[in-house]
Ligand binder design. Structure first.
Ligand code: GRF
Length: 202
């Protein structure tokens, strides 16, 4: 049976697209079996539909608590029996009510070199701090904010005249290489987590 991926995306979906492109080229032995969004107008939904991937929108309205939402989301995602859950621009923190259903099987990409600049507007944080390099990080998801074990990172320079947008664009080029690479390695059984530390064995 093919390796099954469920994607969660709140917005544009360019990282989802990058992973899908590599799957369709035959470079990742996996199938994206569903895409979920918490935003009804997410461009990621349109991208998925264009490729015949089932989509579901689960907005936070109608749920009394984060726990209720996370349980409902977990139930719907679990119905697709994923081997891996990929957060590709997913803008909600996930609690144990979701994560406990998919132990060591949820990955996220963050547009900074964690543990620096977690949370929102990571690229703006990097520019404002004045760091000279930044980049992107793919990591296992835990209940914290961008705090799970780091699997892989890529570095880009920060130029003196960068603003949030120019730095974000430079980082995004690397995101679109790094995330498909890590997903492919995970699908091939080459991502390992031991004693709280993650690594890739090629
Ligand atoms: C990316 O910068 C990613 O690192 C962050 O959210 C953004 C999502 O972009 N988590 P896209 O929706 O994949 O285009």
């Amino acid at each position: 049976m093919a390796f099954r991926i469920v994607v969660l995306a709140s917005g544009r979906g360019s990282n989802f697209q990058a992973i899908l492109d590599e799957i369709e080229k035959g470079n990742i032995a996996a199938e994206i079996v569903a895409l979920f969004s918490d935003q009804a107008d997410a461009a990621a939904l349109t991208r998925a539909e264009a490729h015949g991937i089932p989509t579901q929108v689960l907005s936070k309205e109608g749920f009394a608590s984060r726990r209720d939402y996370d349980e409902a989301l977990a139930e719907r995602v679990a119905a697709y029996q994923p081997d891996l859950v990929v957060l590709a621009g997913w803008m909600r923190l996930l609690s144990g009510a979701f994560l406990s259903h998919f132990p060591q099987r949820v990955l996220n990409i963050h547009p900074a070199l964690l543990p620096s600049f977690p949370g929102l507007h990571a690229q703006r944080q990097a520019v404002e701090y004045g760091v000279k390099v930044s980049g992107c990080t793919v990591h296992f998801v835990d209940e914290g904010m961008d705090s799970g074990p780091i699997i892989a990172q890529r570095v880009v320079p920060v130029m003196p005249d960068d603003d949030e947008d120019t730095l974000a664009a430079r980082i995004l080029v690397e995101e679109h290489k790094l995330f498909p690479y890590v997903v492919g390695m995970f699908a091939a059984g080459r991502v390992h987590l031991e004693n709280g530390k993650a690594c890739i064995r090629e």
